[in-house]
Write a protein that binds this ligand. Structure first.
Ligand SMILES: *[C@@H]1O[C@H](CO)[C@@H](O)[C@H](O)[C@H]1NC(C)=O
Ligand SMILES: *[C@@H]1O[C@H](CO)[C@@H](O)[C@H](O)[C@H]1NC(C)=O
Ligand SMILES: *[C@@H]1O[C@H](CO)[C@@H](O)[C@H](O)[C@H]1NC(C)=O
Ligand SMILES: *[C@@H]1O[C@H](CO)[C@@H](O)[C@H](O)[C@H]1NC(C)=O
Ligand SMILES: *[C@@H]1O[C@H](CO)[C@@H](O)[C@H](O)[C@H]1NC(C)=O
Ligand SMILES: *[C@@H]1O[C@H](CO)[C@@H](O)[C@H](O)[C@H]1NC(C)=O
Ligand SMILES: *[C@@H]1O[C@H](CO)[C@@H](O)[C@H](O)[C@H]1NC(C)=O
Ligand SMILES: *[C@@H]1O[C@H](CO)[C@@H](O)[C@H](O)[C@H]1NC(C)=O
Ligand SMILES: *[C@@H]1O[C@H](CO)[C@@H](O)[C@H](O)[C@H]1NC(C)=O
Ligand SMILES: *[C@@H]1O[C@H](CO)[C@@H](O)[C@H](O)[C@H]1NC(C)=O
Length: 543
């Protein structure tokens, strides 16, 4: 270095002592940078980050006996006959340029807030008190100002290893330390090489806006979006509304899935695809829509099902009917079970109604030994919290054999020989008895049939009533027949009043006739008594 300085000084000196004409001409007339003699830039190339402050180190020497009149920094292009401009007079630089050197040997200058436009070659120039003593240190310092760019792969998929590079257009010094940011937050991840950030096995949390900077400098690169792709995960189904779904409701299923890029959704119910899209709506739900639903979420990186959700559609009872255990005829003493069938969700409460009275509850209504009192109209009522419904009536018609059989007799049961008395057989049975047999007590064979019977003889009669379920006999009634021979007996029994009446009329007529006869005898005054006496027997006989 020292040696170089000596040489440079020697060369400058040689210029002064024996200037080769063309070179002097160039230096003086054109004012271009001279050869390196006299000015040393260290370093001669500077790579600076945008907006940073650059110090251009420089030393110069000039021949003894010269006096330095002016020192300044300038930049090309240099023109013939034009004095290179003093950068401190340039408004672009005046505020940012600071000369740190002196008028002896130090020509260091500082330029702050460099921008890309500042990329140039800068030269130091000094002017001495001799007309020929003007020097420009050429070539000067080459300043390259660079911005920073994050270089990243185009597509990033979960699990990849990703290298981000903070790129500059020139080589920054090895001492430069890079800083990385994700979403403006500094990162502490390990750095593989100085200007590289290594993301090993990226996760979706690594997505974000990445930018880089050089420590100690304000410039930050534009952010680059890293978008980590991943297959659907965390797939779940949300059901609109809360809890209970009742028939007729409007229900919306929402498939929530986390994926990048967004997944295609399809809906599956019991192995069948029933819809697509994130939202699956059922506008008027019916019980047929009950079941398990799954959504399937697919993107180019994979697919996933969720857990299934179950729709349990509630509805009020319907199709309510009564089943009777026994088909056909029900006979007293049978065991009969009524079963209420109904379709509802949730299961209904059942009550049993006979006529208008509640007689029981529960799906099964048991009548272990049915009696005729149990005959009637039955229905069941099926009820849950969503409504109620009645079944149709079923009729229980309990059959039973005749009972309470009795004989109804017209009159007292006392008749005159030749007359008859009508006996009626009264019975209670289901179905009504149509077959009656009449018996005389202590005789084995029947004396008659049919509901009524005319008794002609004395005796104790009873009837037996039959239906298909059995028979029952009545108590016996007594019929007494009187013979006509006895007058008193004739009166004894209440016989035809008409006969008696006619008899009385005849007697009256006879009496009237006798009275008339007696009057005619008085008138003749002849033997009345003699005539009347023989007639008296006749009267008696007639009466
Ligand atoms: C350089 O820095 C300046 C000042 O911060 C800024 O205005 C300019 O946009 C930067 N240029 C680039 C290319 O980053
Ligand atoms: C720079 O400006 C000063 C006045 O501000 C002037 O005296 C000087 O000559 C100028 N220098 C050049 C090289 O233009
Ligand atoms: C020149 O001046 C600068 C700033 O004052 C200083 O940092 C540098 O060391 C000096 N160079 C020499 C060779 O003296
Ligand atoms: C330049 O200045 C020096 C020192 O003051 C002096 O010795 C020399 O004669 C001057 N040269 C001219 C050409 O004026
Ligand atoms: C699902 O999401 C929750 C909350 O967002 C999260 O805590 C959980 O780790 C996720 N599970 C999976 C398997 O991604
Ligand atoms: C009753 O059930 C049948 C089939 O079991 C069904 O077709 C009908 O729609 C149901 N009736 C009502 C009112 O739900
Ligand atoms: C069912 O029976 C009840 C009681 O006997 C009666 O009031 C009602 O009208 C009947 N309903 C039908 C549909 O027959
Ligand atoms: C109803 O009666 C049947 C037959 O006697 C019997 O098996 C059943 O357990 C009974 N059910 C109820 C609920 O009493
Ligand atoms: C009436 O019932 C008796 C006894 O069961 C039977 O012998 C007779 O044939 C029945 N008569 C008719 C007409 O049903
Ligand atoms: C029928 O016989 C019973 C004894 O077997 C007897 O006591 C009863 O008097 C008899 N009745 C008639 C009407 O003969």
């Amino acid at each position: 270095m020292f040696h170089a300085d000596i040489k440079d000084v020697a060369m400058v000196t040689s210029v002064r002592m024996a200037p080769p004409l063309p070179l002097i001409f160039l230096l003086m007339i054109h004012g271009v940078c001279s050869q390196k003699e006299g000015v040393i830039y260290s370093p001669s190339h500077i790579c600076a980050v945008n907006d940073s402050t650059v110090t251009m180190r420089c030393t110069y020497t000039y021949p003894t006996g010269y006096n330095i009149m002016k020192v300044f920094w300038t930049k090309g292009p240099f023109q013939k006959d034009v004095e290179p401009p003093d950068l401190s007079n340039d408004t672009e630089y005046s505020q940012r340029l600071q000369y740190l050197g002196d008028k002896q040997q130090n020509c260091t200058v500082r330029l702050s807030h460099v921008t890309l436009k500042d990329s140039h070659m800068y030269c130091f120039r000094f002017i001495t008190n001799t007309t020929t003593g003007k020097w420009t240190g050429y070539p000067g310092v080459t300043l390259t100002v660079t911005d920073l760019q994050v270089e990243s792969p185009e597509r990033v998929t979960e699990g990849d290893s990703v290298n981000l590079r903070c790129k500059s257009s020139c080589a920054l010094t090895d001492r430069a330390t890079f800083i990385w940011y994700r979403n403006s937050q500094p990162l502490t991840e390990r750095r593989d090489r100085n200007n590289e950030l290594l993301l090993q096995s990226v996760r979706r949390e690594d997505s974000g806006r990445y930018s880089c900077a050089v420590d100690g400098h304000t410039h930050i690169s534009p952010a680059v979006q890293i978008n980590v792709m991943y297959p659907p995960k965390n797939v779940s189904v949300l059901i609109s509304g809360s809890g209970v779904i009742v028939e007729g409701d409007s229900v919306t299923l929402n498939c929530i899935s986390d994926s990048n890029p967004p997944a295609e959704i399809s809906w599956i119910k019991g192995g069948t695809i029933v819809g697509s899209g994130r939202i699956f709506s059922i506008s008027k739900i019916s019980s047929d829509d009950s079941g398990e639903y799954k959504c399937k979420s697919i993107n180019e990186h994979g697919g996933k099902y969720s857990d299934a959700v179950t729709l349990n559609v509630m509805y009020s009872p319907r199709n309510v009917s009564v089943l009777i255990s026994k088909s056909g005829v029900i006979v007293e003493g049978d065991s009969v079970t009524l079963n209420c069938i109904s379709d509802s969700n949730p299961p209904a409460e059942i009550s049993w109604i006979k006529g208008r009275t509640i007689v029981g509850s529960g799906r099964i209504y048991n009548i272990s030994k049915i009696s005729s009192d149990d005959s009637g109209e039955y229905k069941c009522k099926s009820r849950n919290e969503h409504g109620e419904k009645y079944s149709d009536n079923v009729t229980l018609n309990v059959m039973y054999p005749p009972r309470i059989v009795s004989v109804l007799m017209s009159g007292s049961g006392v008749i005159v020989e030749g007359d008859s008395v009508t006996l009626n057989c009264i019975s209670d049975s289901n179905p009504p008895a149509l077959n009656f047999s009449w018996f005389k007590e202590n005789e084995t064979s029947a004396v008659g049939s049919g509901q009524s019977f005319s008794a002609l003889q004395s005796g104790r009669f009873y009837c037996q009533a039959h239906n298909q379920h059995g028979s029952q006999r009545s108590d016996a009634v007594t019929v007494t027949v009187h013979h006509r021979s006895s007058w008193h007996e004739v009166f004894g029994i209440t016989v035809e009043c008409g006969a008696i009446f006619i008899l009385v009329i005849i007697i009256i007529i006879v009496i009237l006739f006798i009275i008339k006869k007696r009057r005619s005898v008085k008138n003749e005054n002849i033997t009345v008594k003699e005539i009347s006496d023989p007639n008296e027997d006749t009267y008696t006989a007639l009466v």
